[in-house]
Design a binder for this molecule. Sequence first.
Ligand code: ADP
Ligand code: TYD
Length: 196
Amino acid sequence: MLITFEGIDGCGKSTQINLLKQHLEAQGKQVRVYREPGGTSIAEKIRSLLLDSKNEIAAVSELLLFSAARAQLVQEQIIPALKSGNVVILDRFYDSTTAYQGYGRSVLPLKDIDALNKMASHGFIPNLTFYLRIPLTLALQRRAERAQDRMEMAGDEFYTRVIEGYELMVKEHPRFIVLDGAQPIESIALEIQKHL
Ligand code: ADP
Ligand code: TYD
């Protein structure tokens, strides 16, 4: 089973993923968690390139680097983990590319982004995708104490387009479950557990 978490930076994905992992492990399930970009030695190197605020990266290069990191993670980790019967939880997957590079940067027509996503993910589609919806102002408050990475420096208009993109995607794909990310951590966790 492949479960993905999506939303803007600071929406609470990592927090909920940790709680869900504990919950599933308590039921005796084997769980593997990966974050994108990352999760393999090559993908972590690509992550450093992508998030380093000193790097100036062309929009198409950015799209291809996120996709390259994904292709590596899917081949090296996700496919073997699913084959051995693990529940795989991903902190972001190709929906992030659609939202950030597709809607946020508007780098290529969405149909081309979809084709690239399919290639990089070897055609895997998540069984469930939890979208943690929060207003940008709340995300900015939550992120205030940590240093901004290169993506987070993209500005409010960019993030507004990313949010609009996610809102269109959740309407389009029934695998999305929308959660109110402004609720207390425990209530969100219980809501997530109801879907599993
Ligand atoms: P993400 O992985 O989506 O960037 P995190 O899980 O790291 O988000 O959460 C960002 C910050 O917000 C952390 O300091 C976390 O403790 C806090 N946080 C997460 N969920 C909630 C919540 N439901 N209510 C209040 N604070 C939260
Ligand atoms: P990260 O710190 O892992 O995300 P978060 O702040 O949500 O915990 O940083 C990943 C950044 O990369 C985040 O800003 C979203 C962005 N991103 C894309 O733009 N496209 C993608 O395909 C992926 C996977 C992430």
